[in-house]
Design a protein. Structure first.
Ligand code: NAP
Length: 249
């Protein structure tokens, strides 16, 4: 308890699923959490309630679209001037639009890359500016097992998540001299709204590929993120930490 006392953390897409669990677990360790969301205000308010229930510092709700450079820059300006700066950035906001290559729409490609990859670039750039001055920071990018393995039917999503791994390793090299570590977490199949759309047949097929025999919980990912955010991980950078039940090794 209290490993992140006096730290300020921003989690993108923290209104639901994995992002919500990350926000709650960072707060449980004492971090003041800025809860970003795209539009679902009620869900963001529920994350704030869970943070308070866990005994965390009063959270801040901040609505912005990570895909919009203007909105991201304005939000990080507010983080700097109103909320006291930034120590930990978790790029978690994501969407998945699925389909096979030959029928894949250009617009779906652009939206998927825009949120998952360009969104993380926008936030990392704005966040690193704040962290560089204080010479301490943590950037944690939520990629995916499919960014490592590829996945038929997820051309844009897999490309975006693979791109995030390149972004992670490059930023790890660029920012190390300022004591900012940059790591990625690659979740496997985690039970959230994103995966609830799959049919029972699809879910059963995926379960068969998981050596640990079950789907993951958002908290499984959150615990890995908290570890990477603490001083216990001070010598780890440019790393890709799989949280996937053994589904891809
Ligand atoms: P989710 O339940 O669908 O939640 C998505 C979150 O992202 C919501 O909080 C949503 O905000 C936010 N969001 C979406 N577009 C945004 C934008 N343009 N700007 C700001 N916020 C935005 O998803 P999840 O399953 O928790 O996934 C979280 C991350 O883990 C994603 O990056 C996903 O790709 C990755 N991941 C998930 C799995 C899995 O099995 N679930 C596996 C591997 C990787 P609103 O509530 O306001 O819409």
């Amino acid at each position: 308890m209290g490993q992140l006392k006096d730290k300020i953390a921003l989690v993108t897409g923290a209104s639901r699923g994995i992002g919500r669990a990350i926000a709650v677990e960072l707060a449980r360790e004492g971090a003041k959490v800025i809860v970003n969301y795209a539009g679902n205000e009620a869900a963001a308010a529920e994350t704030a309630r869970l943070i308070k229930e866990a005994g965390g510092p009063e959270p801040i709700l901040l609505k912005f679209d990570v895909a919009s450079q203007e909105q991201v820059d304005a939000a990080f300006d507010e983080v700097k001037t109103k909320h006291g700066g930034l120590h930990i950035l978790v790029n978690n906001a994501g969407i998945s639009k699925d389909g096979l290559l030959l029928r894949f729409k250009q617009d779906d490609w652009l939206q998927t890359l825009g949120t998952n990859l360009t969104g993380s670039f926008h936030c990392a750039r704005a966040g690193a500016k704040l962290m560089t001055k204080q010479r301490w920071g943590r950037i944690i990018n939520i990629s995916s097992v499919v960014g490592e393995s590829g996945n038929a039917g997820q051309v844009a999503y897999a490309a975006a998540k693979a791109g995030l791994l390149g972004l992670t390793k490059t930023l790890a090299q660029e920012l190390a001299s300022r004591s900012i570590t940059v790591n990625a977490v690659t979740p496997g199949f985690i039970a959230t709204d994103m995966t609830s759309a799959l049919t029972d047949e699809q879910k059963a097929k995926i379960r068969e590929q998981i050596p640990l025999g079950d789907v993951g919980k958002p908290e499984d990912v959150a615990h890995a993120v908290v570890f990477l955010a603490t001083d216990r991980a001070r010598y780890i950078t440019g790393h890709v930490l799989a949280v996937n039940g053994g589904m891809y090794m």
